[in-house]
Design a protein around this ligand. Structure first.
Ligand code: XMP
Length: 512
C-alpha cells in the first residue's frame, strides 16, 4: 500500500491516555505522517521514525504495573516529546523524581514559557490545558525547566542537546492556545520534518501502489454509500478501472434518495462497474413480525451476507476483496495486522473466507477526516463525502417495533424533512449526527375538526468525538418548530413530533 514507507514519520507511543488518536491527527494535520504504537514497542522498531511522542495515561509511574517504555529508547538519539503522564515517564526513567503536585490541576491554566526554548518559539505566555495529579518534582540530570504555572513549577522541561522535551499540559487539545504551534515546533524544528504528508499525493501514490499490487487481477467491493467504502472503491477504480466490481446491496432501509444517489454517482459519473441489488422485499420479508432490536440486527446482517455471496458467486473468480477499513479500526484492533471486520462498522461483517487471495484496504492508514480529503481530491460529490454516519442495519434500528414498508416510508419522509431543514440553517456540517426515529408510540391528535390517532416521530441530534459519548445538540427552537410543522403536515400518519434530549451515556445514539 502507499504509505508511510515513502514518507517521513513520527510515532506516538500510547501509554493509555484518551488522546493518542487526537495527537496523531494533529500531527498529520501538520503534514507529518504519524503512527500509533503501544508503549512497550521494542526501541529497535522505532529507529525509522523522525521523532517520538509519548501520550498521557491514567496511572502513576510508581504504580507496580505502571506502563513504562524501555529506557533504551532514549539512546536512539531520537527527539522525544513527552505529554502529561508521558512527561513523567521521561523524568522517571532518566533519573528525575515525580511527585504529587500538591493541588491537582485540571482545566485551563495560565502558563509562562521560556521563549528561547525551541519548543516554545513564537509561543507567548498563555493558557494551557492541564489534567494531572502528579508532576515532575526533580529534574533529571541535563534538563532544565522551560515552562511553569502557579501550581506546577515544571510545566515543561527540556534537554536541548539530546532533543528531549516534556510538557505536563496537553498541547493536542484545542484549549491549549498555542498547542498547535508547539507541536509544529517539535515536528519541524526539533525533529527536522519537512511536511511531506498531503492527501493529493497520497491519492496518487495509493493509485500507483494499487495498480502494482493488483496488476490484471479482479477486485470485488461491497459499496454501502458510506464515505469509507466510497473512497476505497474510487481509489481502486482509478487504479484498475473495470476490473473492479462493486456490489451495492439496497436493503430498502436507506434514507430517502440515498440508493439513487449512490448509483447515479458511481455508475453514471464515474462509469464504475456497479451491481445494485434491490433486495428490499427480501429483507422486509425476513423482518416481518420481528420487533426485538438485536434480532433485527442479526437478520439484516445475515441476510446481507447471503445476498452478497449470491451476487458475487455469479461473477466468476474474484481475486481480492476491497474494504474501507480505516486507521482507528486498525488501532482499536490492537494488532495493526488483522483484517478488521467489525459487525458494528460494516453491515453484518463480510465473509472472510469466500476464497479471496487477499484484502485490499487502501485507507487503513488514514483517519476519517483524511479519508474525506482524499474523497474530495478524487472528485466524489460532497453529499457522499460529508455523509453522516449511518448504521449498517439502516432505518431498521430507527423504527421501533415492526419494520414494514409503510413505516419505513413514513420514517424516510420525516427524516428527509429534518435533514433538509437542518441544511437550510447551515447546521448540516456542524452536527455530528441527526436523524428521525419512528418511536412506535401512537398518540391522539386533532386535525381539521376531527380526531386523529397516529405515529410519533422523535428527532435526535448529537455531537460526539468518539461515538462512546455524545451530547444532545441544542437545536434552535425555530428550526425544531419548522421541522415539527412540516412533518405533521406533510407526512401522513404522523400526529406528533418530540425532541430527544438525552446524552450518551445513559442513552445510546441510536434508539435500538
Ligand atoms: P450507539 O447507538 O451504539 O451508536 O450509540 C454509536 C454509533 O454507531 C452507529 N451504529 C452503527 N454503525 N453498524 C454501523 O455501521 C451498526 O450496526 C451500528 N449501530 C450503531 C450509530 O449510528 C452511531 O454513529
Amino acid at each position: 500500500m502507499p504509505t508511510p514507507q515513502n514518507h517521513q514519520a513520527v510515532v506516538v507511543l500510547d501509554f493509555g491516555g484518551q488522546y493518542a488518536q487526537l495527537i496523531a491527527r494533529r500531527v498529520r494535520d501538520l503534514k507529518v505522517y504519524c503512527e500509533i504504537k503501544p508503549y512497550h514497542t521494542p526501541p529497535q522498531e522505532l529507529a525509522r521514525y523522525q521523532g517520538v511522542i509519548f501520550t498521557g495515561g491514567p496511572g502513576s509511574v510508581y504504580a507496580p504495573d505502571a506502563p513504562l517504555c524501555s529506557p533504551e529508547l532514549f539512546q536512539l538519539g531520537l527527539p522525544v516529546l513527552g505529554i502529561c503522564y508521558g512527561a513523567q515517564v521521561m523524568a522517571h526513567l532518566l533519573g528525575g523524581k515525580v511527585q504529587s503536585a500538591g493541588a491537582p490541576e485540571f482545566g485551563k491554566t495560565g502558563t509562562s514559557f521560556v521563549s528561547s526554548s525551541p519548543l516554545f518559539s513564537q509561543v507567548p505566555d498563555s493558557v494551557t490545558w492541564m489534567s494531572h495529579n502528579d508532576a515532575v518534582g526533580q529534574l533529571p540530570e541535563g534538563f532544565s525547566a522551560c515552562a511553569s504555572s502557579a501550581g506546577c513549577p515544571v510545566a515543561a522541561m527540556e534537554n536541548r542537546e539530546k532533543k528531549l522535551y516534556a510538557v505536563q499540559f496537553h498541547p493536542e487539545v484545542a484549549h491549549t492556545e498555542y498547542g498547535n504551534q508547539m507541536l509544529k515546533n517539535f515536528l519541524y524544528d526539533v525533529c527536522g520534518c519537512a511536511g511531506d504528508w498531503e492527501m493529493g499525493s497520497f491519492a496518487q501514490e495509493a493509485v500507483e501502489a494499487l495498480r502494482e499490487r493488483i496488476g490484471g487481477k479482479k477486485v470485488l467491493c461491497a459499496l454501502s454509500g458510506g464515505v469509507d467504502s466510497s473512497v476505497a472503491a474510487m481509489l481502486v477504480h482509478r487504479a484498475i478501472g473495470k476490473n473492479l466490481t462493486c456490489i451495492f446491496v439496497d436493503h430498502g432501509l436507506l434514507r430517502k434518495g440515498e440508493g439513487g444517489l449512490v448509483e447515479r454517482v458511481f455508475r453514471q459519473e464515474f462509469d464504475m462497474n456497479i451491481i445494485r441489488v434491490n433486495a428490499a422485499e427480501r429483507f422486509l420479508g425476513k423482518l416481518a413480525g420481528v420487533t426485538e432490536p438485536e434480532r433485527k440486527r442479526k437478520i439484516i446482517g445475515e441476510e446481507f451476507i447471503r445476498v452478497f455471496e449470491e451476487e458475487s458467486s455469479k461473477l466468476g473468480k474474484m481475486d481480492f476483496l476491497c474494504q474501507g477499513t480505516i486507521y482507528p479500526d486498525v488501532v482499536e484492533s490492537g494488532t495493526g495486522q488483522a483484517a478488521v471486520i467489525k459487525s458494528h462498522h460494516n453491515v453484518g461483517g463480510l465473509p472472510e473466507d469466500i476464497g479471496f487471495e487477499g484484502l485490499v484496504e487502501p485507507l487503513r492508514d488514514l483517519f476519517k477526516d483524511e479519508v474525506r480529503r482524499v474523497g474530495i481530491e478524487l472528485g466524489i460529490p460532497e453529499a457522499l463525502v460529508w455523509r453522516q454516519p449511518f448504521p449498517g442495519p439502516g432505518l431498521a434500528v430507527r423504527i421501533i417495533g415492526e419494520v414494514t414498508q409503510e413505516r419505513a416510508a413514513t420514517l424516510q419522509e420525516a427524516d428527509a424533512i429534518f435533514r433538509e431543514e437542518v441544511a437550510k440553517c447551515g447546521l448540516d456540517r456542524e452536527i455530528g449526527q441527526y436523524f428521525a426515529v419512528l418511536t412506535g408510540v401512537k398518540s391522539v391528535g386533532v386535525m381539521g375538526d376531527g380526531r386523529s390517532y397516529g405515529e410519533t416521530i422523535a428527532l435526535r441530534a448529537v455531537n460526539t468525538s468518539d461515538f462512546m459519548t455524545a451530547d444532545w445538540v441544542h437545536l434552535p427552537y425555530e428550526l425544531l418548530g419548522t421541522v415539527s410543522n412540516r412533518i405533521v403536515n406533510e407526512v401522513s400518519g404522523v400526529t406528533r413530533v418530540v425532541y430527544d434530549i438525552t446524552s450518551k451515556p445513559p442513552a445510546t445514539i441510536e434508539w435500538e
